[in-house]
Design a protein. Structure first.
Length: 71
């Protein structure tokens, strides 16, 4: 399961209409991907949870709630 920049913005409580918030979140997303391996274009939910020291199952539930509410 992949985590998009937009989803990360929502989870972090950033303003979706702010270009500067988008750019800072995009850079953070890229840094995390680069931490795993240079050149990868997608960040998995598991990798994000591991890098940030979050409980994977709790974080997955949070992402799934976000996705369910955006349908």
């Amino acid at each position: 399961m992949y985590l998009s920049v937009k989803e990360l913005m929502i989870l972090l409580g950033k303003d979706l209409s702010s270009v500067s918030h988008y750019e800072s979140t995009r850079r953070s997303h890229k840094r995390m991907r680069d931490t795993i391996k240079k050149g990868i274009t997608k960040l998995t939910v598991r990798a994000y949870a591991t890098i940030r020291g979050l409980d994977y199952n709790t974080f997955v539930r949070r992402v799934n709630r976000l996705r369910d509410n955006s349908i």
